[in-house]
Design a protein around this ligand. Structure first.
Ligand code: SF4
Ligand code: SF4
Length: 472
């Protein structure tokens, strides 16, 4: 039985409900009146249900599709403006006891180079990341109670936050580790993590079990219910995601929205972010062996409708995607991207030697962070290194209240400009600096509140004089 508030995975991600939803969407794919009504509701920018979103996903009426894309762009502009938050992944260890068939870290893979960073290695990596200009990291580690116990993760977080090199600082550490217990989530919360990220990969239980044949991750319910436990452990911000290309994309699209609805209904706040990775080539992994890969067109449609369905939730894409694809989805709804990423264990301080390969997937967008910042500026986006909400305690429902209040432009906009200014002063190339300064000048006028505008202007001057770390 479908029950959005249930704590049982198979009830809040209910198979029958998804099948019925897919059927309903197929039946109504050309129902213009219904689609117009859904879009009318979506215009209020408070989101739509998974069923309504599925109807939009099935629709291929050209005129309606155009309305969908226009609305996604409008919602993106309303809540996120032209700001794009930057982050980088940091792989701590690729030791893993699981058998996930789509990931080269699976335990049966004997070809991959296994590595784990020591605290000294982490220091070097973090200094290299700070020297690039990064302020926000996503920690990644395989599941291995012997090699990567929770104590190792906690110690690593502590090391990362403690490193202050020149003007650099990592101000928010998001963590992507295996599903764990409430008690362990509490420890992660106490260590001061930002978002706890865990991808579901696929919501289809039977396929999930086939794709995860061995190891603790095989347990579908334990994995699917992890976010509830994380929130019970005190973590306010959780990030969900599916790996598109593992299952029917429609099924997973419904699943991820049902998961978001569940967290909102049962825990009082929906996910902080959604990630939409697509499967990529990697050591031992050939994406052609997965039958359900999705085209760029469908990928863009998915991003646009997610933007409409959950306006308050950030959408993340990584360097898995090409520059061209990233350009399109940035307009349609993506609010966070990684830049200058290494998907190997280590590799920021010293590039990984060719004979070694510890990467989780091949990066498509291999540009440096400065090249990405420059490219974003060329397109009129504001690259933002902001971490203010987390540091001001605006997490979970406090964050959502701020977004819903419409006051986000008085926070995000000045914070984006001030953190961009720090980047320009400390790390940017000459060309990026010129473009960035011009953009800041122009974008200052887009801070609605006069007081905030004045204070931001003063702070920008103080950053020029050498002060750092202002935030609203
Ligand atoms: S996806 Fe995660 S759990 Fe699975 S093999 Fe890779 S690192 Fe391990
Ligand atoms: S002010 Fe908050 S919501 Fe806005 S960019 Fe900064 S951290 Fe994100």
């Amino acid at each position: 039985m479908y029950d959005v508030k249930s704590k049982k995975a198979e009830e809040f991600i209910n198979h029958e409900e998804i099948l019925e939803t897919l059927e309903y969407a197929r039946e109504n794919k050309n129902n213009k009146e219904l689609i117009d009504n859904i879009l009318k509701k979506a215009e209020e920018m408070k989101g739509i249900s998974h069923r309504e979103a599925l109807v939009l996903l099935e629709c291929d009426l050209e005129e309606e599709l155009q309305k969908i894309y226009d609305l996604a762009i409008k919602i993106k502009e309303r809540f996120y403006g032209n700001r794009i938050v930057m982050f980088a992944p940091l792989y701590l260890s690729n030791y893993c006891v699981n058998g996930c068939v789509y990931c080269p870290y699976h335990c049966v893979n004997k070809q991959i180079t296994r590595k784990k960073l020591s605290q000294e290695d982490i220091r070097k990596e973090v200094i290299a990341l700070q020297d690039m200009g990064h302020k926000r990291l996503a920690l990644e580690a395989g599941e291995d109670p012997v090699n990567n116990p929770l104590e190792y993760i906690l110690e690593s977080i502590h090391t990362i936050y403690s490193i202050k090199h020149k003007n650099g600082a990592i101000r928010r550490v998001n963590v992507n580790i295996a599903a764990t217990t409430v008690e362990n989530y509490r420890k992660l919360d106490e260590a001061g993590i930002g978002t706890y990220i865990l991808f579901q990969e696929t919501y289809h239980k039977e396929n999930y079990e086939m794709l995860h044949p061995t190891g603790p991750k095989h347990n579908y319910a334990y994995h699917t219910e992890a976010m509830d436990r994380a929130m019970e452990g005190g973590i306010d911000d959780v990030g969900v995601g599916v790996l598109f290309g593992l299952n029917m994309y429609r099924y997973d699209f419904a699943g991820i929205l049902m998961h978001a609805e569940h967290l909102e209904a049962a825990m009082g706040v929906g996910p902080h972010t959604l990630s939409v990775p697509r499967i990529r080539p990697a050591n031992d992994i050939d994406p052609a062996t997965f039958q359900n890969s999705i085209t760029d067109d469908i990928f863009e449609k998915i991003v646009a409708i997610l933007r409409i369905a959950v306006p308050y939730t950030g959408i993340i894409i990584s360097t898995r995607e090409s520059k061209t694809c990233r350009e399109k989805v940035l307009r349609l709804g993506v609010s966070q991207i990684s830049g200058g990423s290494k998907t190997s264990v280590g590799g920021y301080a010293v590039p990984e030697p060719e004979e070694e390969n510890s990467a989780q997937f091949d990066v498509d967008d291999t540009r440096t962070l400065d090249e990405i910042v420059n490219w974003l500026l060329d397109m009129g986006h504001i690259p933002s290194f902001c971490t203010a909400c987390y540091r001001e305690g605006r997490t979970g429902d406090r964050f959502m209240t701020l977004v819903k209040s419409g006051q986000i432009a008085n926070c995000c906009q000045p914070n984006a400009l001030m953190t961009l200014k720090e980047y320009l002063e400390d790390y940017a190339s000459e060309d990026t600096r010129k473009k960035g300064e011009a953009l800041i000048k122009h974008e200052l006028t887009n801070i609605p509140n006069e007081k905030v505008h004045k204070l931001a202007k003063d702070n920008l001057e103080r950053i020029k004089e050498g002060e750092r770390d202002f935030r609203f």
